[in-house]
Design a protein around this ligand. Structure first.
Ligand code: NAD
Ligand code: TYD
Length: 355
């Protein structure tokens, strides 16, 4: 079996669902269930004995040691993190605690477990750390996309905390020989994406008749990957990645934010036209820019294609259509995540910010 952390979040839950759909291998899923963790994402696994959910913190050394001893996983995949840049600007402390201290404690617990494994299991063991392209900083329009040997230049509390965790993982390999691989992926989108991030926020606000808040001039560029493609890349790296290496994962889909918002509006105009015949795009509202806003991210995903034969299955056009359709078909999920703490966040983040 394998153990994942953060498997009730956006990417983690997609990974768990895909894993169990494609293999008979069991998963222990350790998740703290912060505001971003949602067991509803995993409701279809309720009667699946191959999914063992444990609520807890990746930094709880005793709990992690007990889970490792009890379940004896052949691999650990670390998704758990505080993941939202805007929240990291309002309150960086949780990011330091979970992303840095938590990863450190997880590495130590895993190292102790790994050291005591029989030789064959020790050789086969993997620790896969899931990270982000944001650790590389910001590109200008003409810079080449991020390659694995790019310098780390994180600019936000979120990306700085992820960069620190990547460095810890690297050091645990070089110093202690822990068999690690790290993935640095671009922006994901797809089902179960919490509506604080750009794409789900736009879908949810559009349908609710609310403003669609575009930061600054809306010309910041992100490289978008459908979440199921990220999950297939992680499975491939876990299976065949070279120890100690990092793999950049991306969709070759660089798009300015404003274009993303217009694409979402056009799909909603087609699939759920407004009663008055106007476009959802009329709800676009320019708001004050994010402090320290990175201008452009882009991923050079040639290494994972060349060495491991991985390529994304979805284009942006197919993936974004599936995503909008998923949100239209899952209004209950959306309603349930929009609880009191979600409303508090939205009013704090967007209050008085119209540019
Ligand atoms: P998310 O915020 O949706 O989910 C994070 C999950 O981790 C939640 O279920 C939460 O409850 C859990 N968690 C938080 N703190 C924890 C702790 N201390 N102990 C145990 N569980 C804890 O995040 P996501 O978008 O699914 O991202 C998953 C990982 O992928 C993160 O490491 C993130 O940095 C990375 N990543 C995300 C993206 C993206 O576009 N979302 C892109 C590249 C990399
Ligand atoms: P986000 O989904 O928060 O991901 P990240 O900051 O990790 O890339 O934001 C994606 C882009 O969309 C980013 O450039 C900020 C921008 N954005 C808006 O313009 N308006 C919004 O309300 C949000 C949440 C993001």
């Amino acid at each position: 079996m394998i153990l994942v952390t953060g498997g009730a979040g956006f990417i983690g839950s997609n990974f768990v669902l895909d894993w169990l759909a494609q293999s008979g291998e069991a998963i222990v899923n350790l998740d703290k269930l912060t505001y971003a963790g949602n067991l509803e994402n995993l409701a279809s696994l309720q009667d699946n004995p191959n999914h063992i959910f444990v609520q807890g913190d990746l930094g709880d050394s005793a709990l992690v040691a007990q889970l490792l001893a009890q379940h004896r996983p052949r691999a650990v995949v670390n998704f758990a993190a505080e993941s939202h840049v805007d929240r990291s600007i309002h309150g960086p402390e949780d990011f330091i605690q979970t992303n840095i201290v938590g990863t450190f404690r997880l590495l130590e617990a895993v190292r102790a477990y790994w050291l005591a494994l029989p030789e064959a299991d020790k050789t086969a063991f993997r620790f896969l750390h899931v990270s982000t392209d944001e650790v590389y900083g910001s590109l200008t329009k003409d810079d080449p996309p991020f390659a694995e040997d790019n310098r780390y230049e994180p600019n936000s509390p979120y990306s700085a905390s992820k960069a620190a965790s990547d460095h810890l993982v690297r050091a645990w390999h070089h110093t202690y020989g822990l068999p690690v691989v790290t993935t640095n992926c671009s922006n994901n989108y797809g089902p179960y994406h919490f509506p604080e991030k750009l794409i789900p926020l736009m879908i949810v606000n559009a349908l609710a008749g609310k403003p669609l808040p575009v930061y600054g001039d809306g010309q910041q560029i992100r490289d978008w990957l459908y979440v199921k493609d990220h999950c297939s890349a992680i499975r491939r790296v876990l299976e065949a990645g070279t120890l100690g290496e990092t793999y950049n994962i991306g969709g070759w889909n660089e798009k300015p934010n404003l274009e993303i918002v217009h694409t979402v509006c056009a799909l909603l105009d087609e699939l759920r036209p407004k009663a008055d015949g106007s476009s959802y795009a009329t709800q676009i509202t320019y708001v004050t820019d994010r402090p320290g806003h990175d201008r452009r991210y882009a991923i050079d995903a040639r290494k994972i294609e060349r060495e491991l034969g991985w390529k994304p299955a979805e284009t942006f056009e197919t993936g974004i259509r599936k995503t909008v359709e998923w949100y239209l078909a899952n209004s209950d999920w959306v309603a349930h995540v929009q609880n009191g703490s979600y409303r508090d966040w939205v009013s704090k983040q967007y209050a008085g910010s119209v540019a």
